[in-house]
Design a protein around this ligand. Structure first.
Ligand code: DGT
Ligand code: MG
Length: 385
């Protein structure tokens, strides 16, 4: 990696990995309105426009924007004429008229609602809408699901896991997404994230001692409540090239399942499969997307199903994986772009390499990951781009 010329944190830098992005910004209300426009473009499959809004939203402004700031705002990166006019609307009227129109559209309401079902993305949602479906009840009829009631036990979901482990295929059909929807849409408080990590790591310690873990995702960036739990796991004293981590993921999953802590595995990548997805290097991560439920506490507290992602990293890419899974999505996108466009490097959560000769780098800390990419270190709490 070359010299640090041109590096330096700046609120109006083109790349979000060179800006400080706190969880809450001075223009939060404006951001929330622009997020409706972004979401609208996203559910309608207008990906380029959605990304345009996402980029604009990610650019911080150090104070509440007023009319006097228009010139300065117009010179910010990623703020084009169209978005500037929406900002103008907001400053003048305290609202963006298009947002009100969108929120009143039945189509928008249904598409957003359908996307709350795990397994239904924007294009499936549009197809379902086109076939005349509008509500969750409509979806339940369509997929043959009866609502999960509070006193229903877990037999139904365990059946699904049985099927998936027998076939070895990932299995969380939309049907299960619908059955669990009301639980999976509930946000997870930090204390429960930590409790789940402790239970998982405790089970893993019985399988192999010396494993290490970091809770990543929104939790690590300081979010009070998360939509899911992301944990990156490795082993503290395995040497590069040692592939003992490789068996751990499947073993842990089996063990958690047998104890009825894990009820569904939607996706389980293999190290090999991951390698084929990448053009050059990596056979270094294994990912399990699952549904987890804590055991009854015995205090009458109702436990609910939570989305849990487990990422097993070979020791040499542990810190790279932590950076890659801490997010935000925009921060990650810009890390990859910065590495590629400015540094001739390739970065993703499974490895860092130099593009021209595919030389691999194995940073020994998170700080070293930033250093390798010629970036100033940014605390996770300021990666909320
Ligand atoms: P939330 O919604 O409260 O869970 O918020 P986040 O920020 O934790 O969002 P999440 O869990 O979707 O993703 C966490 C970060 O991990 C995200 O910024 C990028 C990364 N990430 C998510 N999914 C993947 C994936 O499939 N592959 C890789 N390499 N990274 C991913
Ligand atoms: Mg997450």
């Amino acid at each position: 990696p070359s010299s640090r010329k041109g590096a330096g944190i700046c609120y109006n830098h083109h790349y979000s990995c060179m800006r400080y992005s706190p969880l809450i910004c001075p223009n939060q209300k404006l951001v929330e309105k622009l997020a409706i426009l972004r979401r609208h473009r996203e559910v309608e499959g207008l990906d380029i426009q959605a990304l345009g809004y996402e980029r604009a939203i990610s650019v911080p402004f150090p104070r509440v924007i007023t009319t006097n700031d228009f010139h300065e705002v117009s010179e910010l990166p990623h703020i084009g004429r169209k978005i500037l006019s929406k900002i103008q609307d907001f400053i003048q009227h305290g609202d963006i008229p298009e947002c009100r129109t969108i929120l009143n559209e039945t189509r928008y309401q249904s598409l957003v609602l359908f996307n709350t079902v795990y397994g239904i993305g924007p294009s499936t949602a549009r197809a379902l809408y086109s076939s005349g479906l509008r509500t969750i009840k409509d979806l339940e009829r369509h997929y043959g699901v009866t609502s999960r009631t509070n006193d229903s036990n877990d037999n139904a979901s365990l059946e699904h896991l049985d099927r998936s482990t027998k076939t070895g295929l990932p299995d969380l059909s939309i049907k299960v997404g619908l059955e669990l929807r009301e639980e999976l849409i509930m946000r997870i408080p930090r204390s429960e994230v930590e409790e789940i990590r402790d239970v998982v790591m405790n089970e893993l310690a019985h399988i192999r001692s010396g494993c290490v873990s970091t809770i990543t995702g929104g939790y690590r960036r300081g979010k009070i409540e998360s939509n899911d739990i992301d944990i990156v796991i490795s082993h503290k004293d395995l040497k590069p090239g040692d592939d003992q981590v490789k068996g751990l993921c499947a073993e842990l999953i089996r063990c958690l399942y047998d104890k009825r802590l894990l009820t569904h595995v939607m996706y389980l990548s293999s190290f090999r499969e991951h390698n084929t997805l990448r053009t050059t290097h990596w056979d270094s991560l294994q990912k399990a997307l699952t549904v987890f439920i804590l055991p009854d506490s015995g205090k009458g507290q109702k436990r609910i199903h939570r989305r849990l992602d487990l990422i097993f990293a070979l020791p040499e890419v542990y810190h790279t994986a932590i950076v890659g899974w801490t997010g935000s999505t925009m921060f990650e996108r810009d890390l990859r772009l910065w590495a590629k466009e400015k540094k001739g490097m390739k970065f993703d959560s499974s490895g860092i390499s130099r593009r021209h000769d595919s030389k691999l780098y194995f940073p020994k800390s998170e700080e070293e990951v930033f250093e390798l990419l010629d970036l100033e270190f940014i605390e996770p709490a300021l990666r909320n781009a």
